[in-house]
Every structure is written in structure tokens, then in C-alpha cells.
Design a protein around this ligand. Sequence first.
Ligand code: HEM
Length: 407
Amino acid sequence: MFRHEGKYPQRRSHLALEKYRLDRPNVYNSGGLLPTNGPEWFRIRSVLQKGLSSPQAVKRFLKGSDQIIQEWIEFIGQPPKKHRNDYLPEISRLFLELTGYSMLDIRLDSFSYHEHQKHSRTSRLIKAAYVTNSCILKTDNGPQLWRKFETPLYRKLRKSQEYMEDVAIDLLSLKMSLFKERDKYTPLTLLETYLSSPELDFKDIIGVICDFLLAGIDTTTYTTSFLLYHLAINPEIQHKAYEESLKLLKTPQSAVTEDVLKEAVYTKAVLKESLRLRPVSVGIGRILQNEAVFSTYPVPAETVVVSQNQISCRLDKYFECADKFSPDRWIKGHPLYKQAHPFLLLPFGHGPRSCIARRLAEQNMVILTLKVVRNYKIEWAGGTLDSRSLLINKPDGPILLTFKKRE
Ligand code: HEM
């Protein structure tokens, strides 16, 4: 499948979101990155990824992300309100805050008491992203009546998008008014790079802000929840991660620098292993551009194919004791290490259409893991955590962690 991707790899998803945007040509130029295919996708993708996708580009976010994650670490150290506390909403707040900082040049103040209220901007943004994402699969499949009239599901999507769009327009308008007065000698932020790019206009940027809010919060929240769960239920592995963090971070408040990231080999293996067992997407979808042959079966062009990486990654024929959480299998030189097939573990997709923010997401999750284990011993207060596949895989229960301060 990946060998037949072509220059413009195509996906069939987010169809109702595409309709919503194309019905509003005064606000959007296109359906945005997620649903658009062909040359229009290529036009936006090539410009948007410039300041975002390379390993070099994400380094500029390191210091700011580290500070935000440190604030969150201190925030979760406060005594929990309940005996068994679901940390999922707090993890969402962290990733919204990080998205606001890196993509929108704004601190949304997500950890404050005020923002924790039901009708605050951050509570509503998190809900709008979640509601939209949970409408996508249901509107993509089935008879698509929403194309003819406003079904209850389409209405939910529209209302959530209207809120997200209002926030995006407000924030971008504010940014544009300040942008004219900016000091010319300070390096451009990601949003400023977009604003100064002749290939993008206001409407393109509104679309991308909404795409980033949609794709950036739940994915990282669920991945982090599973990662912390794996560490909590595997104390020996957690201890090894703690030892690495102790070696790399002098104090619990020490910053994660470029050098620390380079050395955090075990922590990166923990993330990789957690993504192997609990990827957020079941696999990768593509519309075949040419006829292809899979295991001797010819499949015609235009067929929608979804690879099943989540299943392959759990097969013993590809990974020894495949159901076991074993980060060592990713560490070169370790007896468990084996080179995996390049198309097996693809939690961020593949090729030119792969996740635009992969490196930023990985960087944030590695910083977070280092800091959490450096500061706390984490324990699990629930039963076995499984996943439920909506558009993406969501933990099937609350994230019942406990954080015990390390001496
Ligand atoms: C754990 C975190 C994340 C995971 C596992 C993840 C995974 C994915 C996957 C599997 C795809 C589809 C790739 C393909 O079709 O080959 C994708 C696309 C995308 N992701 Fe992520 N993602 C994550 C975080 C983020 C974040 C933080 C953002 C933005 C702030 C983001 C923005 C996007 C966008 C805009 C696309 C569409 C790209 C395109 O079609 O050109 N993702 N992601």
C-alpha cells in the first residue's frame, strides 16, 4: 500500500468536516489538512510543515514546553480532590496548553482554577475537539444523510466547529494586530512564519489552527495516558526510567535540554513500546492510486485500504512475547533487540502524509515522561485498562493514577 502512495497520498476521512468548511468559503479556503487530497493538500502541507516537522524545527519549542510541563508537574502534585482521581482531563489540559504555546503563541492558562470551570474557554475547546472527533467516524461511514439535511450528528459537529472557529478567529486577529509591531530581530514563531508566508492567507491559517486543535489534543492525551499506565503497572520498568531521569536531571526541577533529550534512550524506548501496544490509530488509511496486489489478491485503484498495524504489532511472529510491555526490545545492543520491519510500527503514519507534528508530539511526551518519573512514583488504582476505537483509540476507563512525591 505504501509503495503505491504517489506524490499526493490520499486518505478518505473527515468528510463531514470537509463539508462544513467548504460550505463556508468566507472563513476557509479548503477542507484543511485532514480531509483534503491532491494538489490542494500538497499546497498547504508543503508550507505548513516547513517550521514544524524537522528535528531542527522542534528544538525551538523545547524550552517553552519544558516550562509548561514543569508547571503541570507541580500542579498534579497537589492533593487530589477525590480518593480515586481520573487524570485524563488534566492530561488534556496539558496538551491544550502546549498546543496553544507552540502553535498559537498564547498561554491559555489551562491549569488555573478559573479555566477548570465548565464554561471556560479551555474547557469548551477541549470539549469541542472531543465532540468533533467523536462525530468523524460515524459521519464518514454509513449513508451520509448529513449531505442532504442537518442530522443530529452533523449539528453536533457544526456547533463544536463554530466554537473552535470563533476562538481561532479571535486569537489570530489579535496576533495579526500585534504582529505589525513586533521586534524585527526576534526569531519568528511558527504562527509568525505562517503569517509572513506569501503562500498562506488568513483563511488557510484559520483552517490549520482548527486542524491542530482537533488533531493535537486527544492523540497526545490518550498516548500519554497509556504510557503512564504502562509505567504504573510495571514498577521495574518505571524504576529503570527513574534511574535514567535521575542521571539526566540533576534536580526534580531541572530543565530537559537538547543534550538530555539525546541521552534519554530508555525513556524514548518506553514511548515507542507504549505506542506499539496502544497506538492511537488502528492503522493507516489510503485510497489506492493504482491497482495493487496484496498477498496475491489484486485490488483495484480507488479502493480504500486500511492497514492493521495495531494487530500486526501484537503478533508473536513479529515481536517476541508480543503482549508484554518491554521497552528493552527497542534498545540496540540489548539481547531482546531485533530490527522490526519498517512498515510494522507506524503510530504516526507513513511517508509524505504522515503526522505533521510527530516530532513535536514525541518531544513533548519524552519531556513529560522524564519529569513525571523524576518527581513522582506513579501507581495505578484501577483495573486493566483497554482501548475503545472511536476515530482514534481512547482508554476504555478513567486514568486512575496516583502520584507519590519522590524524596
Ligand atoms: C501521540 C500523538 C500523535 C499521534 C500518535 C498522531 C498520529 C497521526 C496519524 C496516524 C496521522 C495519519 C498519518 C497518515 O495518514 O499517514 C496523523 C496525521 C495528522 N496529525 Fe497527528 N498524531 C499525533 C499528534 C499530533 C499533534 C500534536 C498534531 C498537531 C498539533 C497533529 C496533527 C496532525 C495533522 C494535521 C495530521 C494530518 C496530516 C496530513 O494529512 O497531511 N498530530 N497523526
